[in-house]
Design a protein around this ligand. Sequence first.
Ligand code: SF4
Length: 555
Amino acid sequence: MEVDVLLVGAGPASLAAALHLKKLFNRHNRLLESGEASGRRLEDPVILVVEKGKEVGAHALSGAVVDPQAIEELIEGIEAEAPPYESPVIEDALYILTKRQAYRSSITPPPLRNHGCYVASLGKLVSWLAGLCEAQGIDVFPEFPAAELLWEGNVVRGARMGDKGRDHEGAPKSNYEPGIEVFAKATVLGEGPRGTLSETAVRRLGLAEGRQPQLYAVGVKEIWQVPGDLEPGVVYHTMGFPLGTEEFGGGFIYSMQDNLLDIGMVVGLDHEDPQMDCHRLLQQFKTHPWVREMLEGGKPVSYGAKAIPEGGYYAMPRLYADGLLIVGDSAGFLNSQRLKGIHLAVRSGMMAAEAIFDAFLKDEFSASTLQGYQDRFEASEARRELWRVRNFRQSFQSGFWRGMFHAGLQYVTGGRGLKDPFPIRPGHARMRSLRERFGDVPVREPRMKFDGKLTLDKLSALYLSDTAHEEDQPAHLKVLDPDICDNRCTIEYGNPCQYFCPANVYEILREKSAGKLQVNFSNCVHCKTCEIMDPYQIIRWTTPEGGGGPNWKLM
Ligand code: SF4
């Protein structure tokens, strides 16, 4: 299959790129027709957005409090209904939680002030954007999982979609369909955080040379339907319980329409605790009296998790190569201090589209033309926003209080602080072994009793994510050396995958003192935590059959 532009992943960055590119073509040809510009008329481009989820939005999860300006600019001049925001933010506050008490901070730190922003469901937002794309003649294909890039030397020529209908050993079944190859002049990767194709390209082409390692967090979230008359647009962030002062992270609670409450925890994926379990932390968060009261009489209706790229400017790879551009979360467009990335994702898509449009004018898609994307970014407000917080997340590797001290200094020095760049280690390298963490004391498994109402065990929570994969297919989670899991990791780290995975994918079957790893890949919600946090870096997340994974409706 041949197209002009292939965009991988129907998130806000790719969809914005597709829509903006189409607008640029239309505008160019309109100006030529009216005689206001001279030059060559451009053929209508064939633009294809492929998405691995069952439908657009099925794999989209975010906070999400949206800074609307970028979206307003994106849809300027096209016929579109207003974005499907839940509500303008009507109140925001920061709460500090001890085990029993909640103290409302008398000042909300400026980065957490959300005046002029909107509470949204990212799933609804991207399906609205996809509708706008389709109305402009752009093809958006869900259940089309891009499995690998097509290369000609070091030039990207498109992507191959995953096969359908292979059994667990990889042999073709009766419904076998080989994945099609899609060739494109430009391929845009907007796969979300830790994108599979993006990581391959970054490694192969050395796009992250001289950059800091990406730092991630994981966000775990539930949506609750609560009784009463909930006013949408209230945004609370929390610090403290159930986290200590070692980890970076906090909680959030947002109110949406239809008496829905977003409630979640974000935890830095550079913690030292091999038993850190973000699902358990969220359950503990809900037991806090202040949170429990909000959820009283309600019921959970959805659950999900997603990695968040927090490293910022210093962790961004080069954004382009021959035939290739990387956008959105895949390139690290996220302001970890404001806890916002959607507006930056949209801007990255628009800047990528402008560089691709230049490439069409020149009919030349080499790195030297697509570098226009990087040049635009370096001169943009998006870059200025990220530059101001370039050391923010990094400084929290020195602990919460030191992090706060450095963040304060960075605030008054325009992001520089005492050390610039602030030195960091990759998240997985900071995990401590059982012996380093607990000494010679016998290690106890962390336990929590779940009541099935307010607190849910992992499998009950997972049920709410509507996650499903075809069971008879090759496992998409590849453990490169299972011996390490069964023999070394059991002793050294106590198999942290069984804790940090929010979907119970990794289970240790105990046989006497030894453990054997079982991978329940069909539970996977595609959050990428395991690939990021595995201390031996032997887990590879690959693309499963199209349509597999969570099926979020409201996230
Ligand atoms: Fe996330 Fe990995 Fe667990 Fe899948 S297996 S849910 S990607 S941690």
